[in-house]
Design a binder for this molecule. Structure first.
Ligand code: NAD
Ligand code: TYD
Length: 351
């Protein structure tokens, strides 16, 4: 094997797409997926590669330093692609402590264990930290986040991610740990847990349940197809410059309400409903506390320096996403049994 790579959070939404891409593309790499299998982690996301010879799964928690110590003894990692995180803003409002533990302490543990294990012999090593555009805060009507935009996180989620980004840069600056960071906009696609806007709306429309839109629905997000993010991660892992940051985005801004209206049209078509039927489910509810108004990414550095660009138009990606959810009802049923209902009631009841 040419390289042994640790991917954390590989049973989650984006992580599972990254694991699948790496396992299939690099038969000469040993890919170790470390995941705690929280409510968001699901090994069913990985069924098509689970029997590959270059794939290994380890269940464990990045907040557990002793566990990490043993894992790093067991495998001789050359690279780390760190995606494990608590990732949902609404949950960070309900229960911020888990975000501090996993996103900050967990990242700190990984940085320390990498530094200790690699013992300053950093040749050929790389610590790649996956972050979010939310660390930059909220935009007004114009402008874009660039790699030099000052951090201004506004939710417990984004503050915990910002904190982890700072730690990663500090380890590069202080100990010369070879790192690279990317900050990506909102992802969508298959295997996303139905607490996030698009899969939640698909599931509710299918079941004729209200689609909850926070506030007036005029908040803007920049959406990127998850498989395009995975390709960007592959590109940056292999070709990104040591110590650098890359913004990743789809150049694809939508207000929530326009996005949901487009989604409703696709759902009407796919479910053979009358035109306008699904839109009737749109329900405006109490706004999210501290709701960021607008995110928009300038990804020209990544496009110009590393030659990456998004492959799909949004309407095409959205249609593919709907098709996947409708064809995989069993997956949906499994992830919304149990904990999900409790979360849903807490989040949306009396809103
Ligand atoms: P996700 O919530 O779907 O998956 C997170 C994964 O991490 C799960 O498999 C979970 O089991 C695992 N995990 C959580 N806590 C852990 C712990 N303590 N130890 C080990 N594993 C743990 O998240 P996602 O949407 O796939 O996001 C992945 C990464 O990408 C995160 O770092 C997130 O901040 C970042 N990101 C996400 C988006 C997005 O739109 N989803 C956009 C930009 C950046
Ligand atoms: P989300 O998918 O949670 O991603 P993020 O907050 O990280 O951008 O939300 C996307 C947008 O959709 C955001 O502006 C909040 C909004 N939203 C709703 O209006 N209703 C919902 O039920 C959810 C989950 C999100």
């Amino acid at each position: 094997m040419d390289k042994t790579i640790l991917i954390t959070g590989g049973a989650g939404f984006i992580g599972s797409h990254v694991v699948k891409l790496f396992v299939k593309k690099y038969s000469n790499y040993k890919i170790v997926n470390l995941d705690a299998l929280t409510y968001a982690g699901n090994l069913e996301n990985l069924t098509d590669i689970k029997d590959y010879k270059n794939y290994f799964f380890e269940k464990g928690d990045i907040t557990d330093f002793n566990f990490l110590k043993n894992l790093f003894k067991k495998y001789n990692f050359d690279g780390i692609i760190h995606l494990a995180a608590e990732s949902h803003v609404d949950r960070s409002i309900l229960n911020p402590l888990e975000f501090i533990n996993t996103n900050i302490i967990g990242t700190f543990n990984l940085l320390n264990i990498a530094k200790e294990t690699w013992k300053n012999n950093f040749n050929g090593k790389r610590f790649y930290h996956i972050s979010t555009d939310e660390v930059y805060g909220s935009l007004g009507e114009s402008g874009f986040f660039t790699e030099t935009t000052a951090y201004d996180p506004k939710s417990p989620y984004s503050a915990s991610k910002a904190s982890s980004d700072h730690l990663v840069r500090a380890y590069n600056n202080t100990y010369n740990l070879p790192v690279v960071i990317s900050n990506c906009s909102n992802n969508y696609g298959s295997h996303q847990f139905p607490e996030k806007l698009i899969p939640l709306a698909i599931n509710n429309i299918k079941n004729n349940k209200p689609i909850p839109i926070y506030g007036k629905g005029d908040n803007i997000r920049d959406w990127l197809f998850v498989e395009d993010h995975a390709v960007a991660i592959d590109t940056i892992f292999h070709n990104g410059k040591n110590g650098d940051t890359y913004n990743i985005g789809g150049n694809n801004e939508w207000t929530n309400i326009d996005l949901i209206r487009s989604l409703c049209k696709i759902m009407d078509k796919k479910l053979n409903r009358k035109k306008g039927e699904s839109e009737k489910l749109i329900t405006f509810v109490k706004d999210r506390a501290g709701h960021d108004k607008r995110y928009a990414i300038d990804s020209s550095k990544l496009q110009n320096e590393l030659n990456w660009k998004p492959s799909l138009q949004f309407e095409e990606g959205l249609e593919k996403t709907v098709e996947w959810y409708l064809a995989n009802q069993k997956w949906v049923d499994n992830v919304i049994s149990g904990e999900y209902q409790k979360y849903y009631d807490k989040q949306y009841k009396n809103r």
